[in-house]
Design a protein around this ligand. Structure first.
Ligand SMILES: [Zn+2]
Length: 290
């Protein structure tokens, strides 16, 4: 559980009075999901469904990932999306069922939100629930104890929980106590940036997803280019893990000192940047998370 830790919402610049409801609702959703997961014989598809009085149907669903029909007690999963996404969707739909079964939580949400915002909050909560089902606290804590807050821990979590690297990243970041920024980097085709004629074109190693531990106010925007001489680029090239003092390559060109742990995996690199404390000074807000 993450009680006692500052939820990220309170440090974000767009914190609103709603935060007063959202943080406890997330905590309650995590409790519901963790309790559900603890009662399962395992975390494979069949086991995941075993705690729910509902049937599971795979079918083509166009743009939709899945749905839960409480009336007929059916979980529908889009059969046309990749397996790891189906798995996260299954846990998400189970969370819808758990949420519908908690009258107190439901009425709190209906008191605090309405319309489209209510729908958004419910979707957010079901993602929180899905992460808690597929990545139990005990698993994350075990990996952090074994590998530290590292690129390796991120790769292991994605593999062991069988979730996407970005799902693993957000869950790992949330339970990391040290001032760490995580990133998943991959070779991608560069998008043209209006107003940035110097930006190279073609394929390059860029940030795909990034997120920090609670209290870390920086993040790397998706699409941020990794410089060729950076250890993350070297890890991709050599297929060898690299850990050394280096820097966070912000898009603005600013280099923030950090201990970099880069763990290559196929065409991606899982990275942790442990920020090194230094005296506070002005003008540091240009890359703050939005
Ligand atoms: Zn949903």
């Amino acid at each position: 559980m993450t009680q006692g830790r500052t939820p990220p919402e309170q440090t974000s610049p767009d914190a609103s009075p709603e935060t007063g409801t959202l943080a406890p609702a997330k905590a309650r959703m995590r409790e519901l999901a963790s309790a559900y997961a603890r009662g399962l014989p395992g975390l494979d598809t069949h086991s995941l469904m075993s705690g729910l009085d509902a049937t599971l149907t795979f079918m083509p669903m166009g743009d939709r990932d899945g749905a839960y029909d409480p009336e007929h007690r059916v979980v529908l999963i889009n059969s046309r999306v990749r397996p790891e996404r189906q798995r996260f969707t299954l846990a998400h739909e189970i969370s819808h069922a758990l949420l519908l079964g908690d009258d107190d939580l439901l009425s709190d949400l209906h008191d605090a939100y309405e319309g489209e915002r209510l729908e958004q909050v419910i979707e957010t909560l079901c993602n929180v629930g899905a992460a808690a089902i597929l990545m139990p606290d005990a698993l994350i804590d075990e990996l952090l104890a074994r590998f530290g807050p590292s690129g390796r821990a991120l790769a292991e979590l994605a593999r062991r929980a069988d979730v996407s690297a970005s799902s693993a990243l957000y869950a790992l970041a949330e339970r990391t106590a040290a001032p760490v920024l995580y990133a998943v980097c991959a070779v991608a085709r560069l998008e043209a940036e209006p107003g940035d004629e110097e930006r190279p074109t073609g394929k390059a190693l860029t940030v795909r997803a990034s997120g920090g531990a609670p209290g870390v106010k920086y993040s790397l925007r998706p699409g941020t280019l990794i410089p060729a001489e950076h250890p993350v680029a070297a890890a991709l090239e050599t297929h060898l893990p690299i850990a050394q003092e280096s820097y966070v390559p912000f898009r603005s060109g600013r280099r923030m000192p950090a201990y970099v742990d880069a763990f290559p995996e196929r065409q991606r690199v899982m990275v942790s940047f442990t920020l090194t404390p230094r005296p506070a000074k002005g003008g540091e807000s240009d890359e703050s998370a939005g």
